[in-house]
Design a protein around this ligand. Structure first.
Ligand code: URA
Length: 216
């Protein structure tokens, strides 16, 4: 008997992409993305932000509560920590293009009306959103991609990605038809959650210094 196709199999942002790729056109089109169900509960699409030809692209997981409200990536606590870590590593945050593997905030609530609690995206939601990230890579064409945590790693390097295996190293991979150089590291939120925050922070900065070196 043929397997029944679930409606989830059809999740993809592909039909929402504009014909001509520019960051402005992509941002406008992404605002109306209905490629998976995450748009239903999120306030808005949070598209990437930064210079069109930034030398470095930073890829996180998905917008958090603050990002969902403000419509910009990495503007909450994890973003503030990331900005400081970039500066400590010698990368000017203003020179980076910052985005996420998934463009809508996914969350749950313990009770109706209570605080929104972040929920990790599924592989299916990540692959539905992948056309946006692929288009951002094509348009920005960064010299280096900094992969922030497991979700970004799985989105860019495949589902077997483990951040601990490759963090702080320069990888070269064929992604969406381009040869990308990538430096994986932990997600800044994991530093905020760590029991030894200082040590975790220094680890993040050390990985980002590898990225700074690769750019020099
Ligand atoms: N965490 C992410 O991965 N991305 C954001 O934009 C904010 C928090």
């Amino acid at each position: 008997m043929p397997a029944t196709k679930s409606p989830e199999d059809a999740y993809t942002a592909a039909p929402f992409l504009p014909d001509r790729l520019s960051l402005a056109a992509l941002r406008r089109a992404a605002a109306d993305c209905r490629g998976c169900p995450l748009h239903r509960d999120a306030t808005q699409t949070v598209f990437g932000k930064g210079k069109a030809h930034a030398r470095v692209m930073l890829v996180g997981e998905q917008p958090g509560d603050q990002e969902d409200r403000q419509g910009e990536p990495f503007v909450g606590p994890a973003g503030r920590l990331l900005g400081k870590a970039l500066e400590d590593a010698g990368i000017d945050p203003a020179d980076a293009y910052v985005t996420n593997a998934v463009k809508h905030f996914k969350f749950t609530r313990a009770e109706p009306g209570k605080r929104r609690i972040h929920k990790p995206p599924t592989l299916r939601e990540m692959s539905a959103c992948a056309p946006w990230l692929a288009a951002e890579l094509t348009v920005v064409a960064p010299e280096l991609v900094v992969v922030l945590g497991a979700t970004a790693g799985k989105a860019l390097l495949g589902s077997s990605f483990r951040v601990g295996d490759v963090r702080g190293t320069v990888l070269e991979r064929e992604i969406h038809g381009r040869t990308e150089r990538l430096v994986p590291t932990v997600h800044p939120s994991s530093v905020l959650r760590s029991d030894d925050r200082e040590q975790a922070y220094q680890g993040l900065v050390a990985d980002l210094k590898v990225a700074a070196q690769a750019l020099s």
